[in-house]
Ligand binder design. Structure first.
Ligand SMILES: [Zn+2]
Length: 95
């Protein structure tokens, strides 16, 4: 079977929680905005430093609790911001 790898690399991103490389459409983009907060970017078009996470609660809690997100996005996460991101990740459990 012939595989087309053309331009494929541009679609691949690493989840900062589990370090797996996946198509970015399978990941959730988070953006470190100019307001020094981290926001969930469902459009993939927000300005700022982007990091990617699987839509999996364990990847989120791992990277939020161990400072991985802060390191990857170069941000100092406030408690409110951290809580709201963790709250968002709980939604993945329902699926
Ligand atoms: Zn992951």
């Amino acid at each position: 079977m012939k595989t087309t790898l053309k331009n494929n690399k541009e679609c691949l991103r690493t989840c900062i929680g589990c370090r797996q490389v996946k198509d970015k459409r399978e990941l959730v983009r988070l953006v470190h905005t100019h307001k020094e907060t981290v926001e969930i970017d469902l459009t993939g078009k927000k300005q700022g430093r982007g990091v990617y996470l699987c839509p999996d609660e364990s990847c989120w809690s791992r990277s939020l609790k161990k400072g991985r997100l802060e390191h990857a996005a170069r941000v100092k996460l406030g408690d409110d911001n951290r809580q709201s991101l963790l709250f968002y990740s709980k939604g993945f459990l329902k699926k």
